[in-house]
Design a protein around this ligand. Structure first.
Ligand code: ACM
Ligand code: ZN
Length: 545
């Protein structure tokens, strides 16, 4: 008897363990604030109704977005309006909950019968769906592979989640190299999956003007095209060019399409119109706006160039106000980026109009002239109910009173802004420049320089230690910058941005105390499978052993 009982009880224990063991932890990036596991699973096949709170267009849009994931699968997801408080039987429920304080926060509860996502605002519901998405089979992300999916299983659990920072950004330079709208949408989709909420679209440069402006057609007729492009690194001598004309731009209809696409994913698009420097492409179209009157050519290599907008010429301000008037019609963003970085003062020093402006306005030097320039643009944009954001050089010569500073040369710009009581967004070259090498340069395609590994990005804390608690509140968040001098293709952009953008997404979303690179790396390995299905050309970082 004894002998036969032992194997039996062993089997019985095994059986019990299988039924009641703690759940296999789900793998979510960015790591949610809290996950509590229950016992058992939500299982569904063939049909999962999606109930959405009645009378809210945004929630209806989100319900459609969720249903689209199941579209190619064998699972039917009818959309049903939910009236009243009582929840019907099985299904996914999308609701707003006024008790959730943060409008981007959500609670996701998975029971045996229901998946309930409650958001502080529609954004919260959307982010709850991004979390749910990562618990669904990766195959659902591909129309071909999804055809084989006929059932889903999700562990019973409760996720309580909200972001650490309100600004979670990714930037893309489409001027050094130009990328089609289809790619911009993919970039936005990837941001949304990682709960990023601001897309900084760098649209104008020395090497190309990329946005249609109706009043100034030569900006794109002339400014969007360069006659050739430098081969190799910008520091290499002698310069060698490819002899291939290069260019492109977005029509205003395309811009509207991108802005709407992003808005449906709760991503604000911040356009950047560079001034007073990095403006040679604009000057090529309208040479009267430069200090010498030109002629100017769209630049064909990488660097900082001396031909900038003339700060002494009233026509320049009329021009920029006209351009920005069209820009604010296209972009609902409360912040408009006006650049402000890397503006050499050489041509202003030699320009009688600029020097006359310095005298008339009682300015001390060309730095104060730049500050005068930015102030004037700020005043204009305030009449349109918009605030300016600029690179940290806008601090030089005096910061415009309501400007947000994008701290890039280090963290000092952000510290200075916060100490002046103004908002800052952190994008220091040391941690947030995804045009830097991500592994030993010998193993990598040509990049601008530097070395910013995934682990280094992950280690970043956007709040500088030297700030008081009150000042720290002015650090709105952080952003990854993708300058594309050395990225000719969208595949190369993905390679440089991913997975570093994912590490940054966790930095700006997840509580600092929960961040752990080893754990992140494990979740990332799992996440790569989803990125594979999505055909993302990420760099597979050699992770820690
Ligand atoms: C910058 O990288 N020039 C802002
Ligand atoms: Zn001038």
């Amino acid at each position: 008897m004894k002998r036969s009982l032992i194997p039996f009880s062993g089997l019985y224990l095994l059986f019990l363990a299988a039924c009641s063991s703690p759940q296999e932890p789900v793998s979510i990036i960015p790591q949610p604030v809290e996950i509590e596991y229950g016992k058992g699973n939500f299982k569904a096949s063939s049909e999962i109704p999606i109930y959405f709170q009645a009378g809210n267009e945004e929630i209806f849009g989100i319900a459609n977005y969720l249903a689209a994931f199941f579209g190619p699968s064998k699972i039917n997801t009818p959309l049903l309006e939910l009236n009243g408080k009582k929840l019907p039987g099985k299904g996914i429920f999308l609701l707003l909950d006024p008790d959730i304080e943060n409008y981007e926060g959500y609670v996701l509860e998975v029971s045996g019968k229901r998946i309930i996502i409650k958001g502080g605002g529609s954004q919260g519901v959307f982010y709850g769906i991004q979390t749910l998405r990562q618990m669904l089979p990766g195959e659902l992300e591909s129309p071909e592979l999804a055809e084989n999916i006929s059932a889903i299983t999700i562990p019973r659990l409760k996720v309580t989640d909200y972001p650490a920072f309100e600004y979670r950004g990714m930037h893309l330079d489409v001027a050094r190299h130009f990328f089609p709208v289809s790619f911009i949408k993919k970039y936005i989709d990837l941001m949304a999956m990682h709960k990023m909420n601001n897309f900084h679209w760098h649209l104008t440069e020395d090497q190309g003007w990329r946005i249609e402006i109706k009043k100034y057609p030569r900006l794109t007729e002339v400014g969007a095209w360069r006659k050739e492009t430098l081969i190799g690194h910008g520091r290499q001598r002698p310069f060698e060019y490819d002899g291939q004309p290069y260019g492109g731009y977005y029509t205003q209809d395309e811009v509207r399409e991108v802005v709407a696409y992003a808005a449906a994913r709760f991503i604000n698009v911040i356009p950047e119109i560079e001034m007073p420097g990095h403006a040679t492409a604009a000057l090529a179209g309208y040479p009267e706006l430069g200090c010498t009157g030109g002629p100017y050519e769209v630049i064909t290599r990488w660097g900082i160039f001396e031909d900038v907008f003339c700060a002494g010429n009233e026509q320049v301000f009329t021009f920029l106000e006209d351009v920005l008037s069209e820009v604010v019609e296209l972009f609902p963003s409360a912040l408009i980026h006006i650049g402000g970085d890397e503006c050499p003062k050489t041509s202003w020093k030699a320009c009688p109009k600029c020097q006359a402006r310095i005298r008339e306005e009682g300015l001390a030097d060309e730095y104060e002239l730049q500050s005068y320039f930015i102030h004037r643009i700020e005043e204009f944009l305030l009449t349109k109910n918009r605030n300016i954001i600029g690179w940290d050089e806008i601090l030089e010569g005096g910061l415009a009173p309501q400007a947000t500073v994008m701290s890039w040369r280090g963290i000092e710009g952000g510290i200075a802004a916060a100490r002046m009581g103004q908002n800052a967004i952190m994008t220091p070259v040391t941690h947030c420049y995804f045009d830097f090498y991500q592994a030993e340069p010998e193993t990598q395609p040509l990049a601008i320089g530097g070395l910013t590994t995934l682990e280094k990005v992950y280690s970043y804390d956007p709040v500088p230690e030297e700030l008081t608690e009150e000042e720290a509140r002015l650090i709105l968040g952080a952003q990854g910058n993708v300058w594309t001098e050395y990225m000719k293709t969208s595949g190369h952009v993905e390679y440089m941005a991913y997975p570093r953008a994912i590490a940054l997404a966790e930095v700006v979303w997840s509580p600092k105390e929960t961040r752990n690179f080893e754990d992140f790396s494990k979740r990332l390995q799992n996440h790569f499978k989803r990125l594979d299905v999505l055909d993302v050309n990420y760099f597979k970082e050699p992770l820690t052993e």
